[in-house]
Design a protein around this ligand. Structure first.
Ligand code: PGA
Length: 252
């Protein structure tokens, strides 16, 4: 049985006090959603310790949106995996398309970040996904395959057991356009096959989340698909009610 996960990627939103309020709202309503759903929130770095405090006593887990490729030292402005782990993070989002696109993150950088995450006991939520041009040219399978081969294939079997994948078509992120449930299933099944080619049966245990304009009104249909194990949620993660309602989308 794969984990069911709903992870909130707050991106560069909320001031610290607003983030604490949001976290408290999620904690307050959490009981309305099946305990079988694992909720993760990923606030900005600046809010991590305050949000960790607000989540205390609940089963909602904490993640960061990024970490440095190096362990420590003279890297002005960077935040090390050890630092976010020390604040209570269990997860770190790596390879988000916004990081790839706006900050030039390459597979070479991401390999180093993955190493740092594992060295500090964090579970990476590794993002893959094609842009519109690639989708229209029918290249989406090749794009996600390369993103997996260049990074995930370098993991050990042990590391692979602690990995979450998020498939996020760039054309669906923040656009209000969602992949159809069938489109999501098609590529999630493909991703699982690519993972199985390298890691065999362990691929059946790897949670693969869908991300891109996921909201309470479409989550249930997408999550009903066999190879979709939850969602990485941006905009709709900024309202406690919507975030929790997405968790109610699991019928299986
Ligand atoms: P969105 O973002 O839900 O706002 O489309 C998802 C993500 O980028 O993680």
């Amino acid at each position: 049985m794969r984990k069911k996960i709903v992870a909130g990627n707050w991106k560069m939103n909320t001031l610290p006090a607003e983030g604490v309020e949001l976290a408290k709202g999620i904690v307050a309503g959490r009981g309305e959603v099946c305990s079988c759903v694992n909720f993760i929130v990923c606030p900005p770095f600046t809010h991590l310790s305050m949000v960790a405090e607000a989540l205390k006593g609940s089963d909602i887990e904490l993640g960061a949106q990024n970490c440095a490729a190096e362990a420590k030292g003279a890297y002005t402005g960077e935040v090390a995996a050890s630092m976010i782990a020390a604040l209570g993070c269990k997860y770190v989002i790596l390879g988000h398309s916004e990081r790839r696109q706006y900050y030039g993150e390459t597979s070479a950088t991401l390999n180093k970040k993955m190493e740092q995450a594992y060295a500090n006991g964090l579970t990476p939520i590794y993002c893959v996904g094609e842009n519109l041009e690639e989708r229209e040219a029918g290249k989406h399978f090749d794009v996600v395959k390369a993103q997996i081969e260049e990074v995930v294939y370098n993991l050990t079997e042990e590391q692979f057991k602690n990995l979450v994948i998020a498939y996020e078509p760039v054309w669906a992120i923040g656009t209000g356009k969602t992949a159809t449930a069938d489109q999501a299933q098609e590529i999630h099944a493909y991703i699982r096959k690519v993972l199985a080619d390298k890691f065999g049966a362990a691929a059946a245990e790897c949670p693969i989340l869908y991300g891109g304009s996921c909201k309470p009104t479409n989550a249930a249909e997408i999550f009903a698909k066999e190879d979709v194990d939850g969602g990485l949620i941006g905009g709709a993660a900024l309202k406690a009610g919507d975030f929790l309602a997405i968790g109610k989308g699991f019928a299986k």
